[in-house]
Design a binder for this molecule. Sequence first.
Ligand code: SF4
Ligand code: SF4
Length: 287
Amino acid sequence: MSFFINQELCVECGGCFSNCPNGAVLKNRGAYSVSAMCSDCGTCIHCCPVGAIKQGKTKTDFDNQKIDQALKNKLSLKRGIVAMKFSDKAPEGIPFEEGPHFWCAICGDIFEGKGTPVYFTGRASACGGSIMAGIGTPQSDSEEFKAAMDAFVVGEGKLFISNEFISKGREFFPLFPKQFIGALLGPLEQVKMPDIIYFPVTPHQMAMISTAYALETGNIISGFTGAPMCIQTIPVPFVENKPVFNTGDWGGRTRSGLKEDEMLVSIPYKLVPGILSNLDRTSYANE
Ligand code: SF4
Ligand code: SF4
């Protein structure tokens, strides 16, 4: 974070406070200041009528390898971190995932430390959930899709008794501004400037993250359960720029290899440096 507010110039209009996409501007007894959650986007400069917001010399460090290592060290993570970056064409040198494959299974390999970066498209997806992940639907005919639903999803002893309940939970999640052709999925140490990252955490690690997120702002992290893991993990951080946690669903937990005491946390990448720096400043840092 390098942005700061010159208190002598600030006329307390609240423009920066209302428009910061990270919720990084603090208001304390009428005075505005910039917190560690600032990612140097520069939006606030254009909102300030009196030129009170300045950019200092230091810049937020988004180095993916340093962030990967710092998260693993500070949270004592034992598993890999997935980085996801949307794009309409495969980044140079990144192979297409040919499929059919599952988003959650690709993530599971990365959590296990085995995955390498791939460009994953809706066409290569084995699951219709890819539309909830923002990359469109698989190229399967309706008979094939119905057979898969009957085998694993709908019916007694499965996930829903009736087809009509499958999409009921979608109303809780934001819609993507567009469906992308695909997304780069890979271990964070090999993906620069992803859109979001996600990884398995225990409740204790989740509490450490949420405390660091709330430290200066009081913002809370909400979570979901009961819907497919992709719809819980991807749209909220990508579209709303907020972290989210979830327990995953049966298929997602199974294919991604989540352990019994693990859930998933998903964080917009631009918020990660602030959370990392605040991890050193909470009660958990003194344990
Ligand atoms: S994140 Fe952007 S809008 Fe928010 S304080 Fe930092 S530079 Fe300003
Ligand atoms: S936009 Fe400028 S004047 Fe308004 S509260 Fe922020 S720093 Fe102060």
